[in-house]
Design a protein around this ligand. Structure first.
Ligand code: OOG
Ligand code: NI
Length: 466
C-alpha cells in the first residue's frame, strides 16, 4: 500500500490541532480572523510583496502557517515526542537554553527542514524539557519526578502506529488518519489535575512552570501562533477585538527589510481545574494557555546574528522594561534608534555585507550560456534572483519574554548552572540540527544549481569550493 507523504500528515495534524485549539480557546479563533484580515490588507496594499512571496513559493503557506509550544516533564517523554514528530517529517533543530532567564527548561524546535517541505507546510513546535536538576528544593524535585514517572503521554495506539511507521518507512492513508486523531490526544487540555490542591500549591510556589508541567496528564498545547505580515497593525487592532497584548513586541524593531522574528502574546486564560483528592477533589484555577502572533523576516548569518544579539543586549541594558511593562515607550525608541544606526535596512545591503541568508534561482530574463563576469553581474541583469530565506526558528531572549509574560513576570533571575546541550541530546536520543548549517547549505546549493542552469559553470565551481 502506498504511504501518505509525511508533509501531508503534518498538514493534517496542524489543521487538526488548530481546530482543537479553536474549540478550546475562543480567543484563538478571533486572532486567526484578525491576522487573516490584516494579511489580506497588506497584500492588497503592497503588490510588490505579493509578487515576491508568490515567486518565492511562499504565498500558499501563509494562511496555514503557525507554530505551537509544549512543555515536557521527562527525558523519556522527549524521546517519544521526537519519534512522534518524525512521522510527520519534523526533526529537532536548534538548542535553546532558558536557564539564563530563570526558567528551569531547555528547548528545541521540531520542524521540517527541506525547502520543499517548508513550503508545503512549515508547522513547527517549540518543545521544552523541564530541568528538575536545577531546583534547589531536592525533596520537591523528587516528588515531581515521582509524579511524572506515573504518566504516559502517548496513547497506546499512537505508540503502535509510530513503531509501525518506523518499521515500514511510512503510514498508509488510513493509518495516517488514525495517527493524527491519536496524536492530538496527547496535546488536548484536560482540566482534571493528577495532583491534590496541596501538591499543586507546593509545585507552584517553587516555580509556576513546574506546576504546569507536573500537575496534568499530558503536555497540553499552550499556544498556537499564526504568522502575520504586519505585527504592529495586529497588535494595534487586538484591543478592538477584546484581546490585550503584552507591553512590547519581542525581537527586532519594525524595518523596511524584516529580519528574524517579531512576536507578541496575550495573557494566559485563567481556567477552572479540578484537583485530585480523596473526597472527589476540589476546584481551583490554572493559567496555562495563551495566544501569540509572529512576523517572520530574513534569516541572519552568524555575522548578522552576532550584530543582532549585541544590539539587542545594548538596548535592554539602556532601557530596561519593568515587570508591569513600565518603560515600554523608552524601550521602543531605543530599539528603533540602535538598529537604525548599525543594521542595514535593505535586502541587497544585507546580502552584500554577508549579514543574511538567501536562496537563489534563475530569473525570468535569464539568457543561458553567455559567460558572465560575476554573480553580482548576473543579479544586476536579472538572470539570477536572490530571495531572502525566511527565518524558520526561534530566539531565546524572545522566548524567555513570551514565557515570562505568561507565567506572570518573575523578577529577572538566572540559574547558576547553565546550558546542558549534551544532557538534552541524550534525552532526545538524537542530536539537534544546527540551524545555521541548514540556511548555509540551502544558500550554497541553490546558488550552485542556478549557476549551472545558467551555464555559468566557472562561477558554480567557485561556490562549490567556498
Ligand atoms: C514557549 C514560549 C516560547 C516562542 O514562540 O518563542 C515561544 C512556552 O511558553 O512553552 O512560544
Ligand atoms: Ni510561541
Amino acid at each position: 500500500m502506498a504511504h501518505l507523504h509525511p508533509d501531508e500528515i503534518r498538514a493534517r495534524f496542524s489543521r487538526a490541532m488548530s481546530e482543537m485549539y479553536r474549540a478550546e480557546v475562543p480567543q484563538y479563533g478571533t486572532l486567526i480572523e484578525l491576522v487573516s484580515d490584516v494579511n489580506a490588507e497588506v497584500l492588497e496594499r503592497d503588490p510588490a510583496l505579493r509578487e515576491r512571496l508568490a515567486d518565492a513559493d511562499e504565498l500558499d503557506r501563509l494562511d496555514v502557517e503557525r507554530h505551537g509550544a509544549i512543555r515536557l516533564g521527562t527525558p523519556g517523554e522527549l524521546a517519544q515526542i521526537r519519534r512522534m514528530f518524525a512521522v510527520m517529517g519534523m526533526g529537532p533543530v536548534g538548542y535553546y537554553d532558558l536557564s539564563v532567564a530563570g526558567l528551569p527548561v531547555h528547548s528545541t524546535a521540531f520542524r521540517p527542514v527541506a525547502t520543499e517541505a517548508l513550503s508545503r507546510n512549515p508547522f513547527r513546535v517549540f518543545t521544552s524539557l523541564l530541568r528538575l536538576e536545577l531546583i534547589e528544593d531536592r525533596a520537591l524535585a523528587e516528588r515531581a519526578a515521582a509524579i511524572l514517572s506515573e504518566r504516559s503521554i502517548l496513547t497506546e495506539r499512537a505508540q503502535e502506529l509510530i513503531a509501525l511507521c518506523e518499521v515500514r518507512g511510512g503510514l498508509t492513508e488510513d493509518q495516517a488518519e488514525e495517527f493524527v486523531a491519536e496524536a492530538i490526544e496527547t496535546f488536548r487540555w484536560r482540566s482534571d489535575a493528577t495532583v491534590t490542591a496541596q501538591t499543586y500549591s507546593d509545585l507552584h510556589e517553587t516555580h509556576r512552570l513546574i506546576a504546569d508541567v507536573v500537575s496534568f496528564r499530558g503536555p497540553h498545547i499552550n499556544h498556537l501562533t499564526p504568522r502575520t505580515l504586519d505585527i504592529d497593525r495586529v497588535q494595534e487592532l487586538m484591543p478592538e477585538r477584546g484581546i490585550t497584548p503584552k507591553a512590547v513586541i519581542e525581537g527586532p524593531p519594525r524595518r523596511g527589510a524584516d529580519i528574524l522574528l517579531r512576536q507578541t502574546s496575550f495573557k494566559a486564560l485563567e481556567e477552572p481545574i479540578l484537583f485530585a483528592g480523596e473526597n472527589g477533589g476540589t476546584e481551583g484555577t490554572h493559567t496555562a494557555r495563551f495566544g501569540e502572533i509572529e512576523q517572520r523576516g530574513v534569516a541572519l548569518t552568524p555575522k548578522g546574528r552576532a550584530l543582532y544579539d549585541e544590539t539587542l543586549a545594548a538596548v535592554r541594558a539602556a532601557a530596561p522594561i519593568g515587570a508591569q511593562g513600565q518603560g515600554a515607550d523608552a524601550y521602543r525608541q531605543e530599539l528603533d534608534a540602535r538598529f537604525a544606526e548599525v543594521f542595514p535596512d535593505d535586502l541587497n545591503a544585507l546580502r552584500r555585507e554577508g549579514l543574511a541568508f538567501f536562496r537563489y534561482r534563475m530569473g525570468a530574463e535569464a539568457e543561458v550560456g553567455a559567460r558572465a563576469e560575476s554573480i553580482e553581474a548576473l543579479l544586476a541583469s536579472g538572470a539570477l534572483v536572490a530571495d531572502p530565506q525566511v527565518y524558520e526558528d526561534f530566539l531565546p531572549v524572545s522566548a524567555a519574554g513570551i514565557f515570562q509574560s505568561n507565567l506572570g513576570t518573575d523578577a529577572a533571575s538566572a540559574y547558576s548552572e547553565r546550558a546542558n546541550r549534551e544532557a538534552f541530546e541524550e534525552a532526545l536520543g538524537a542530536q539537534v540540527a544546527d540551524e545555521m548549517e541548514i540556511y548555509a547549505a540551502t544558500e550554497r546549493d541553490s546558488l550552485r544549481s542556478a549557476l549551472k542552469t545558467l551555464g555559468q559553470d566557472h562561477l558554480a565551481e567557485a561556490v562549490a569550493a567556498a
